[in-house]
Design a binder for this molecule. Structure first.
Ligand code: C2O
Ligand code: CU
Length: 573
C-alpha cells in the first residue's frame, strides 16, 4: 500500500510437481493439505502469511496424462479464523457459518459433479463441519479430455474471493502423446506464469479491503452498512508471477513455451513484450489450437489462459519486460499505474546451453468446429446489475441469485447448445462454465430488451456479428462478455449429468452473486460410449464413458479407510 518494492530482484519461482502418496485400485492417489504458512514474496518484504496447498503459494503442480485418472484427498488444516475480512451478509457466509470453509474446483476439468468442487460441498478443518452438498473426501479426476492447462482453486460459497486471494490456487496439466509428438519447447524450456495482483501492508501481510473506499454514507433506506463488506472488485497495486512480486527470469536465446494464467481476482491484463516481438499462441484454456496464431498482444481476463511460444534467439543479452496496459475495471476503468503496467522481466543470456531443436509446428491438433445448425437449444442469458439491501452493486445472471429456483439452464446430456450472453452491465465479465469447453461463435452489439425482443418501446436490435479474435477460436472455458454486446458461445454438454456452476470469474462478482447452477439432464437417446461422428479422438466423450464410480470407490462419503488402502509402494510418511 503506497510503498515501493524494487522490481525484478527475485528470480521467478517454479511450483514443485506433486507426487502421489500411493495408489488406490491402481490409480495414483494424492493428498493435499491446505495450511497457513509464511512465505517470502519479495526480497524486501517480511514473510507474508498465506494459505497454501501443501503449504505453498501457488500450490504444487499436477502433471497428469490423458486417460490416466488420479484421486486427490483435499485436506483442510487451516486456522479457524479467516486471514481476511469475511462479509457475513453474503450468501453462504452468514454468521452461523464457519468463517473458514474450503472446497476445491478443478477449473477446466471434465469431471463428475460430485468431484467438481460444488460451492456448498465445502468442509472445515479435519472435515469437522461440512456443507449441505458435501459428499466425500476423496476426489476423482478422470483426465478424459485433451491435453490442457487446467488449474485448481478454492470455490467455497461466499468466500471464494478471500480463499483464492489468500493463496489457494495451483496448476494442473493434462498431457498426451499427440502434444508430445509436436516437439514443442519442453522441460526447463516450458514455464508456467501465473499472474496475480496483491497489495501488502508494510509488515508484509496481505491487504484486502474490509469495506469499499469511501464507505457509502448512511441513508434513511440504508442506515447501516456492513463491516466487513464485500467490495465491487479488488485490484492489488503489486503484480506477482508464481507467487513472487515482479520477478525476473533468466532465459537462453531460444524458444520457450509459456503457459500464462490470469489467476487474479479481478484484474485484466493486456500483455506485451517490451522488445516488440510477438507471441506465437498455440492454445487456450481447453488445449491446443489447430494452428498457431501470431499475437502482438495477449489479453487475459481472470481465469483465461494462453499457451504461447516466445523466441528469444534474436535478443541475446537483452532485458525484456512483460508489460500490461489493461484498464481496471475493464473496459471503463483507469489505466495501470507505472507499477501495475509491469509484470516481469526476461534476461536473455548470450549463450545457449545446447542447440534449440524444438519447433513451432504449422499444424497443432485436430479441432472440431461445433456447428450452430446442430444446436438443440439456443438460450438467452443476461448479465445484469442490481442493488442489494445495503445499496451495494449486485451483479446477477438472468436476474437470479445462486440459490434462486428453478434451475433455468438444463441442457440434455450429449446435446449442443448455443448460449447467448447479453451483457447489460457496464463491465466486461469473464464467464466460465464448469464441465465443458466451448467455442465462441461471435459477438455483436445490441440495444433493446433481449427478454422482450418485440417490445415496441424497446425492441431488441442486434448489430453485425463480430468474429472472435484469432486466439479465441480454440476451446475455451472462460469467455469475455463485453458490455452492450451479446457473446454467443456453443458447447456440447456432457458426458456427465448433474448440477454444475456457471459464473463470472471476477471473484468479487462470483461471490455477490454472479453465479448460477446449471443442470445437465439425463438423455436416454444419448450413450456416451457410442462415438459421435467428426469428434476429434482427444475430445471424444467415449474416453470418459467407463469412468464410473466403481473405479474410484469414492462415492457416498464412506472412504475413511483410504489410508489403509495405500499400496505397498506408498511413499507416505
Ligand atoms: Cu475457476 Cu467456478 O471456477
Ligand atoms: Cu463479473
Amino acid at each position: 500500500m503506497h510503498f515501493m518494492l524494487t522490481k525484478f530482484v527475485d528470480a521467478l519461482p517454479l511450483p514443485s510437481v506433486i507426487q502421489p502418496v500411493g495408489h488406490r485400485n491402481g490409480i495414483p492417489y494424492y493428498e493435499v493439505t491446505m495450511k497457513q504458512v509464511k512465505q517470502q514474496l519479495h526480497r524486501d518484504l517480511p514473510p507474508t502469511t498465506v494459505w497454501g496447498y501443501n503449504g505453498t503459494y501457488p500450490g504444487p503442480t499436477f502433471e497428469t496424462r490423458r486417460d490416466h485418472p488420479i484421486m486427490v484427498k483435499w485436506i483442510n488444516e487451516l486456522p479457524f479464523e479467516h486471514l481476511l475480512p469475511v462479509d457475513r451478509t453474503i450468501e453462504g457466509a452468514e454468521p452461523n457459518q464457519p468463517s473458514v470453509r474450503t472446497v476445491v474446483h478443478l477449473h477446466g476439468g471434465r469431471v463428475r459433479p460430485e468431484n467438481d468442487g460444488f460451492p456448498e460441498a465445502w468442509f472445515t478443518r479435519n472435515f469437522e463441519k461440512k456443507g449441505p452438498k458435501f459428499l466425500h473426501e476423496v476426489y476423482y479426476y478422470p483426465n478424459c479430455q485433451r491435453s490442457a492447462p487446467l488449474w485448481y482453486h478454492d470455490h467455497a460459497l461466499g468466500v471464494t474471493r478471500l480463499n483464492v486471494y489468500a493463496g489457494l490456487a495451483g496448476l494442473y496439466f493434462i498431457r498426451d502423446s499427440q502434444e508430445e509428438s509436436l516437439n514443442l519447447p519442453s522441460g526447463k524450456f516450458e514455464i508456467p506464469l501465473v499472474i496475480q495482483d496483491r497489495s501488502f501492508y508494510p509488515n508484509g501481510e496481505l491487504f484486502y479491503p474490509s469495506q469499499p473506499d469511501p464507505v457509502p454514507s448512511p441513508t434513511p433506506q440504508v442506515p447501516f452498512f456492513p463491516n466487513p463488506s464485500i467490495v465491487p472488485e479488488f485490484f492489488g497495486d503489486t503484480i506477482l508471477v508464481n507467487g513472487k512480486v515482479w520477478p525476473f527470469l533468466e532465459v537462453e536465446p531460444r524458444k520457450y513455451r509459456f503457459r500464462i494464467y490470469n489467476g487474479s481476482n479481478a484484474r485484466f491484463y493486456n500483455i506485451r513484450l517490451s522488445s516488440g516481438q510477438p507471441f506465437i499462441q498455440i492454445g487456450s484454456e481447453g488445449g491446443l489450437f489447430d494452428h498457431p496464431v501470431v499475437m502482438e498482444e495477449i489479453f487475459l481476463a481472470p481465469a483465461e489462459r494462453a499457451d504461447v511460444i516466445v523466441d528469444f534467439s534474436q535478443h541475446k543479452g537483452e532485458r525484456i519486460i512483460m508489460t500490461n496496459s489493461a484498464n481496471s475495471p475493464f473496459p471503463g476503468g483507469t489505466p495501470p499505474t507505472p507499477d501495475t503496467a509491469q509484470i516481469m522481466e526476461f534476461r536473455v543470456k548470450k549463450h545457449l546451453s545446447h542447440q534449440d531443436k524444438s519447433v513451432i509446428p504449422t499444424t497443432l491438433s485436430c479441432l472440431e468446429r461445433l456447428n450452430p445448425d446442430e444446436a438443440a437449444v439456443t438460450r438467452t442469458n443476461t448479465l445484469d446489475e442490481s442493488v442489494d439491501e445495503f445499496g451495494r452493486l449486485l451483479l446477477l445472471l438472468n436476474n437470479m441469485s445462486w440459490s434462486d429456483l428453478p434451475i433455468t439452464e438444463t441442457p440434455k446430456n450429449g446435446t449442443i447448445e448455443i448460449w447467448q450472453l447479453f451483457n447489460r452491465t457496464n463491465d466486461t465479465h469473464p464467464i466460465h462454465l464448469h464441465l465443458v469447453q466451448f467455442q465462441i461463435i461471435d459477438r455483436a452489439s445490441f440495444t433493446g430488451d433481449p427478454l422482450d425482443p418485440d417490445n415496441p418501446k424497446n425492441p431488441l436490435i442486434i448489430g453485425p456479428a463480430i468474429p472472435p479474435e484469432e486466439n479465441e477460436k480454440g476451446w475455451k472455458d472462460t469467455v469475455r462478455a463485453n458490455p452492450g454486446e451479446v457473446t454467443r458461445i456453443i458447447a456440447r454438454f456432457g458426458p456427465f449429468t448433474g448440477i454444475y456452476p456457471w459464473h463470472c470469474h471476477i471473484l468479487e462478482h462470483e461471490d455477490h452473486d454472479m453465479m448460477r447452477p446449471y443442470e445437465v439432464l439425463q438423455n436416454h437417446d444419448f450413450d456416451p460410449c457410442i462415438p459421435i461422428p467428426d469428434v476429434c479422438p482427444e475430445d471424444s466423450f467415449i474416453q470418459c464413458c467407463h469412468e464410473d464410480h466403481e473405479h474410484c470407490g469414492c462415492i457416498g462419503g464412506h472412504d475413511h479407510d483410504e489410508s489403509s488402502s495405500h499400496d505397498e509402494s506408498s511413499s507416505h510418511h
